[in-house]
Ligand binder design. Structure first.
Ligand SMILES: [Zn+2]
Length: 89
């Protein structure tokens, strides 16, 4: 799952197929039609990722009173082979 963090207003939101914008309007993004690649815009937009399988495993475990770890990381285009983020200004 891809998220955008706005370095200006500190909003965090997940990407969907329709374009979404942070609270201050300086970061935006959406998935492309393939639902995998994404386009983000704005100099304050910081792309993040959550490990999808951590979410699935948490749901399957059905243990609402525990707090398992979830992996999240910054997406840096060109690093760790993440070509699916396109940054536009
Ligand atoms: Zn913002």
């Amino acid at each position: 799952m891809k998220l955008i963090y706005c370095n200006e207003c500190k909003d965090v939101f997940r990407l969907i197929n329709d374009e979404r914008t942070c609270m201050c309007g300086k970061a935006s993004g959406s998935y492309k039609d393939d639902g995998l690649n994404a386009v983000i815009a704005g100099s304050s937009a910081v792309p993040l990722a959550l490990e999808n399988m951590d979410m699935v495993n948490w749901q399957r475990a059905n243990t609402p009173h525990c707090a398992p770890m979830i992996r999240a990381w910054f997406i840096v285009p060109g690093v760790f082979d993440y070509p699916e983020i396109e940054i536009v200004e």
